[in-house]
Write a new protein. Structure first.
Length: 202
């Protein structure tokens, strides 16, 4: 199995008329992005931008997702959520490196976190260094908390796929390759694999 990550470097994020990456800037068409995550589970949906160094605290954070999409084969990404269940981990993937989708919504339990984009708190999370598109939602009244969390998780994944898909024409700044080999015998020759295999399959 061979996986290629075609990374487009994102150094800034701004609103724009068209969602695209141009000269390292991710431009987001707000109206189209909101349309991509529309769901009856949400009474209200909004988008915000948060850049490294800004005096912004994002709370309560549910998920952080790197925008990705498959470059070929007609596959979306995130099997089981945004695409049918299928084998993952191979092929060519288009990645917006340096960008992230951050989902926020009403607190369900005390597992949610926060991201400080500047100040002392910024050092405790790598997402203070990414250019974040923040999805903020309010659930409809009476919605079961588990259905709400599932809908918000799926919306975040859909937004990540939307952003990456709109930017598929952008040329990759870097291609990272992972080759798992074609057989167990070949994998056994990979440094560190033998120890894992012995532990997992005594």
């Amino acid at each position: 199995m061979r996986l290629e990550l075609h990374k487009v470097k994102v150094r800034d994020v701004r609103w724009g008329d068209v969602t695209k990456v141009q000269e390292g800037v991710l431009y987001v068409d707000k109206a189209s992005a909101l349309e991509a995550v529309k769901d009856d589970a949400f009474a209200k949906v909004g988008l915000e931008l948060a850049r490294p160094g800004e005096s912004i605290r994002i709370i309560p954070v549910k998920d952080c997702i790197q925008p990705r999409v498959k470059l070929s084969g007609g596959k979306e990404y995130f099997p089981g959520f945004c695409a049918p269940l299928q084998r993952a981990g191979s092929g060519a993937t288009h990645v917006l490196d340096g960008a992230a989708v951050v989902t926020c919504g009403s607190i369900v339990a005390f597992q949610e976190g926060f991201i400080d984009m500047s100040g002392q708190g910024a050092r405790y999370t790598p997402f203070s260094e990414t250019n974040n598109v923040v999805l903020v939602v309010e659930p409809t009244d009476g919605l079961d908390k588990h259905k709400y969390e599932a809908a918000l998780r799926t919306a975040g994944l859909k937004l990540a796929v939307y952003l990456a898909k709109c930017c598929m024409d952008s040329r990759a700044d870097e291609i990272e390759t992972f080759d798992k080999g074609r057989s167990l015998k070949k994998m056994r020759n990979t440094p560190g694999f033998q120890r894992f295999f012995t532990y997992a399959c005594p």
